[in-house]
Ligand binder design. Structure first.
Ligand code: PLP
Length: 285
């Protein structure tokens, strides 16, 4: 079955789905995006993702292309047309097409919207989760507005590549104060030996993850103690457990950081439990 992409009002076979070479997303990475999990053909936490998209657009003064309800409809329709059962849906909005020049175009332009969706192999994801992943740390080198989910991801691409070349799956950024901010495509968490769950507080220096937000409700229900504060790599090396969260990975246990085993070197029981419980607290539409 050929894949279908939504591009500016039309559902097109992927090979015919094109954007203009003067799209500011292509020229300047002048755009934002969201990635939402698809489970049993349904969208997970779509209203939260769309609320964050609305905020990202507002922060960058990009016109919202349509109502959030209409955007959600397009996401659902793209999932349906691609017959995605377990997978992801990707939504991107850029400022639009204009002759290449850095400032915003003087005349109002229509934002560009692209939506794609694909299946992922749930068995493979489960296999990763049952083994756990390795993480490396890397110096923070992103701009101080990573709370905006911008398509400008070059530092994230390079960090992820560095992780792969080191035999790891994710890279955790460490800021100038020696504290972990987040992963290149996930939020970072540790659990101390006395059972405190720690993840960095939200501000301009991390993306306020939707999975992170939902997980806070899971922690509350399980009566686990949460500390939202920055932690150091050394605290992480000494932690009982570590994990990352994202819409694509859910709760993914971390078993190695910078080559050091975390806990007993196997996925921790709390991380496993959080992964199992997650969807009970997520919004399904
Ligand atoms: N931090 C970064 C840099 C990300 O790219 C992502 C997800 O792509 C996250 C955190 C996790 O966000 P979410 O849980 O909304 O997927």
């Amino acid at each position: 079955m050929s894949r279908i992409a939504y591009v500016n009002g039309r559902y097109l076979p992927a090979r015919e789905a094109c954007v203009n070479v003067e799209d500011r997303g292509y020229q300047f990475a002048d755009g934002v995006y969201e990635v939402c999990e698809v489970r049993n053909g349904r969208l997970i936490d779509a209203p939260r993702h769309l609320a964050r998209l609305e905020r990202s657009l507002r922060e960058l003064r990009i016109t919202q292309p349509m109502t959030l309800t209409a955007l959600q409809f397009v996401m659902q329709e793209t999932v349906r047309r691609n017959r995605v059962d377990q997978g992801l849906v990707y939504l991107q909005v850029t400022r639009g097409v204009a002759r290449r020049d850095h400032p915003f175009p003087l005349q109002p332009i229509a934002p560009s919207v692209v939506v794609t969706s694909r299946n992922v192999n749930p068995a493979k994801a489960q296999e990763n989760a049952s083994k756990g992943i390795a993480v490396i740390t890397t110096p923070e080198n992103r701009w101080p507005r990573v709370d905006i989910k911008s398509v400008s991801l070059l530092p994230n691409v390079l960090a992820k590549q560095a992780a792969r070349e080191a035999g790891a799956y994710e890279a955790w950024y460490v800021d100038g104060q020696g504290k972990v901010t987040e992963g290149s495509s996930s939020n970072a968490w540790i659990i101390t030996r006395d059972g405190r769950v720690i993840t960095r507080h939200t501000d301009n220096f991390i993306l306020s993850g939707i999975t992170r937000a939902v997980l806070k409700h899971v922690l509350e229900a399980l009566q686990l103690r949460l500390e939202e504060r920055a932690f150091t790599p050394t605290e992480a090396y000494e932690a009982a457990e570590a994990f990352v969260t994202s819409a694509g990975q859910l709760v993914m246990p971390v078993v190695k950081i910078d080559g050091r085993e975390i806990g007993d070197g196997k996925p921790g029981s709390v991380a496993k439990r959080l992964r199992e419980e997650f969807h009970r607290f997520a919004h399904i539409s």
